[in-house]
Ligand binder design. Sequence first.
Ligand SMILES: O=C(O)CCC(=O)C(=O)O
Ligand SMILES: [Fe+2]
Length: 294
Amino acid sequence: MALRFRPLHASFGAEVIGADLASDLDAAMIAQIEAAWLRYSILLFRDVAMTPAQHVAFTRRLGPLHVMEPLEFNLPGFPEVMVASNIEKDAKPIGMKRAGWGWHSDGEDKVLPNAGSFLYALELPPTDGDTLYADTYAAFAALPDDVRARIMGRRACFSRQRFHQVYYPHLPPLTEEQKKARPDVWQPIARHHPKSGWTSLYIGRWAYRIEGMPDNEAGELIEYLKDFATRPEFVYRHRWRVGDALLWDNRCTQHCATPFDDTKYTRLMHRTTLEGEKPLMAERPVPRPQMAMA
Ligand SMILES: O=C(O)CCC(=O)C(=O)O
Ligand SMILES: [Fe+2]
């Protein structure tokens, strides 16, 4: 059966119509989903009713899964399902609180950043708590020529150690063991997508230095690039409904969870995460071709 796709934004993102993720999809349907994921970068499935086991089983069809750390934020019995939530049970958080409140792509501070993530909304506040997504192929293509020339061939340093307490002040500091497991990593800023071949702008909130550039100059350029990548014209705002599941490609998008009143309301999301590969440097800019969205 052919799936249908309804665009979410002028340049990227589509809602997928006609796939029942709780069922055992045939190979032809998985191939359609993969092709659409590559083309649109983010895919939305609505009115999904899947168990954690079905969530894991579907994601696994797209590639090997990544088990997130710390393990305590994963669903008991389902290490591949990360819980993002402000809910506490017996005075203990059941998941990661304030996860992703700031622009980033998942795992950008790791040696092997995650290829994709698949987030499923189970419980939502009555207002707020939207998630923003930025199209970093479009951002790369729109960069002024002189800026593009400055970043081609260069790598930025992404540092969990430097920013962990800045972005997660409510979490304990990293232990010595965690620090060892999370060294600073250097990644290409102009990133070649291994499957599409297109170039994206790879930057995010964990970045702070650029090789071959004095730190003050790098700092300014990183701030500029972070702002540029998330300009309103590149951003899709997702207003969640319970039962929405959103699959995104971390290699060519960024996302940002927006706050809600977490002293008053609860929000519960389950996420599976796809293992990634070492980011590749784009040798020359290859823009995503113009395509009709529908
Ligand atoms: O909860 C959200 O809206 C997104 C959190 C996040 O950054 C993630 O799940 O990767
Ligand atoms: Fe995230």
